[in-house]
Design a binder for this molecule. Structure first.
Ligand code: PEP
Ligand code: MG
Length: 580
């Protein structure tokens, strides 16, 4: 039995078998080829090794003279590895013995080498595994043609272990067989974790070393509530896990009973609780969990895993499906927030040193106004069908907001000229997720119909802590006084201007934060569907005046730790039944 600990990124407790995949490298799916296929696979392997060697020799020729000779020894070392018959012999013996495809045999060979090198005493020799990895990666690329391959699970309940998993990968997972994910990197608010929660996939991130060991096929317990991953669990661990799983299911059933009760405090104050969604299928889950509409529709998911961007008609159909699914409740559509960790294959890739500070969200949209206008027209057309709001992500100041609004206005004029119906009074929101937008909130409030705070990014940019960095989770502090002061300013400024303030970042879905957010005066909280009942339960137990007092006290502390200590004790003393 081996126990790993990581970050609890998506709740649930699941038991299955591990499939180790490596998303840094071409995805390898193991395939039995039978006796008859062995020769073909060995030929493929030989050809791929030859092609890789030719590629490296050509590269060497190109670099010779152009960059000086001092770096060429690295390429020479790789060519030497390729020339060594042992790599081929080892992998082809595996093809023969196990009757599997060349890619899988090569992958197994790599895992064996990794274990051998890891045991070496000499650190220089130990690190030479990197060269071997690079070479094998290149052969694999040649074998797979380097296309993005979907992770295929075996026919059992499977838990994926990987160094990293992208949001695009999550979208393509076969969720009937894949029930959980354990990754080495990533945090609770990484976009992949958010999607995992949306799809009900249990996830643990920051699990050091899980993808590097020979664990493929091992039985595993993945606990997305505590962040614990147990490989090859003993009987006692399985028994305990099943008990916890049953307890969790009972709690969920209890919370479900809140579905039809109103989101109102005991002293009669109502807060709108809404859902965050990525695809039309999720709207039903928001309603099942008692959400009153959608506070954040992340449209970028429609643009992922495809070479061409969706045209206006396709977007119209997709958004209309979402609108129908949530009607008569309102739908808040956020315009494209691609870039950062959400890469689109249809957009030419820009190499950026700091993608989170790069061409992301509204900045990317503004660089392709014709594509952006297709989205804006589709959204406007949906507004004729029901209650629809639009909001722009990553606005840093008035110029950006005005440019986005003027493109929207252009689209409105075009639709008007074509006699196509839309809502002339569609509400336009600004996502407040950049510190500059907090500073400029009073100006922005004059030209927006509502604010929606993206706390995931607001915390990241306020504290300069990468939201996906598993090494900094303790410094990613939603209760940092700087964050709380920003939230207070946003809501105060919004209300002074007569507009609503919502939160659609992950903070909205954590019941511990409810008293502060309620006390500060937020009008709407939008969260992953499954969080709605938990937040509603605390809301129904906490009066507005209690919350105002708690929020006021929280604002007096100088550190996140002090706020957390006070808040946790208040919440456990007064609303503890919500946290059992
Ligand atoms: C946020 O930043 O809090 C947010 C809601 O947007 P996203 O998580 O999609 O960046
Ligand atoms: Mg954001």
């Amino acid at each position: 039995m081996r126990v790993f600990t990581g970050i609890a990124a998506s709740p649930g407790i699941v038991v299955g078998r591990l499939k180790v995949v490596d998303r840094h490298r071409p995805s390898v799916n193991e395939r039995p080829v039978g006796e008859a296929g062995v020769g073909v696979e060995i030929d493929r392997l030989r050809d791929a090794i030859c092609a890789t060697r030719t590629e490296l020799e050509l590269l060497r020729q190109k670099l010779e003279g152009a960059t000086g000779d001092e770096h060429l020894f690295i390429i020479d070392a790789h060519i030497l590895i390729l020339a060594d018959e042992r790599l081929f012999a080892e992998a082809s013996a595996t093809i023969e013995a196990d009757q599997i495809n060349a890619e899988a045999a090569l992958q197994r060979t790599l895992l064996k080498y990794r274990a051998t090198f890891a045991a070496m005493e000499d650190s220089y020799l130990r690190e030479r595994i990197v060269d071997l990895e690079t070479v094998i990666e290149k052969i694999l690329s040649s074998l797979t043609g380097m296309v993005h391959t979907v992770i295929l699970p075996p026919d059992t309940l499977t838990i994926i272990a990987a160094h990293d998993i992208s949001p695009a990968d999550i979208l393509q997972l076969d969720r009937t067989h894949i029930i959980g994910i354990a990754t080495e990197i990533g945090g609770r608010t990484s976009h992949a974790s958010i999607l995992a929660r949306a799809f009900g996939l249990t996830a643990v991130t920051g699990v050091d070393g899980i993808a590097d060991l020979l664990l493929d096929g091992s039985p595993v317990i993945l606990d997305g509530l505590t962040g614990c991953v147990i490989v090859n669990p003993d009987r006692e661990a399985v028994r305990e896990c099943l008990e916890r799983k049953r307890h969790y299911a009972c709690l969920e059933d209890e919370l479900h009973k809140l579905r039809d009760l109103p989101p109102v405090t005991p002293d009669g104050h109502r807060v709108r609780l809404r859902g965050n969604v990525e695809a039309p299928g999720e709207a039903a889950s928001v309603l099942i969990h008692g959400g009153e509409g959608i506070g954040l529709y992340r449209t970028e998911v429609l643009f992922m895993n495809r070479r061409q961007m969706p045209d206006e008609e396709e977007q119209f159909r997709e958004y209309a499906a979402m609108q129908r699914a949530v009607a008569p409740h309102p739908l808040t559509i956020r315009t494209l927030d691609a870039g950062g960790d959400k890469l689109l294959e249809g957009v030419p890739l820009i190499t950026e040193q700091n993608p989170a500070l790069g061409v992301r969200a509204i900045r990317l949209a503004m660089r392709m106004p014709e594509e952006f206008k297709k989205q804006l027209r589709a959204i406007l057309r949906i507004s004729a069908l029901g209650r629809v709001r639009v909001m722009f992500p990553m606005i840093s100041g008035l110029e950006e907001l005005r440019r986005a609004k003027s493109l929207l206005e252009e689209c409105a004029s075009e639709l008007e000229a074509g006699g196509i119906p839309f809502d002339r009074d569609i509400q336009i929101g600004v996502m407040i997720e950049i510190p500059a937008a907090v500073t400029m909130a009073d100006m922005l409030a004059r030209e927006a119909d509502f604010f929606s705070v993206g706390t995931n990014d607001l915390i990241q940019y306020t504290l300069a802590i990468d939201r996906s960095n598993e090494h900094l989770t303790d410094l990613y502090q939603p209760l940092h006084p700087a964050v709380l002061r920003s939230l207070q300013r946003i809501v105060d400024v919004a209300h002074a201007a007569g507009i609503d303030a919502s939160i659609c970042g992950e903070m909205a879905g954590d019941p511990l934060y409810l008293p502060i957010l309620l006390g500060l005066g937020f009008d709407e909280l939008s969260m992953g569907a499954s969080s709605i009942p938990r937040v509603k339960q605390v809301l129904r137990n906490c009066t507005r005046s209690q919350a105002a007092h708690i929020a006021e006290t929280c604002m007096t502390f100088a550190t996140a730790a002090d706020v957390e200590e006070y808040l946790t004790s208040e919440v456990t003393d007064h609303f503890s039944e919500s946290f059992d």
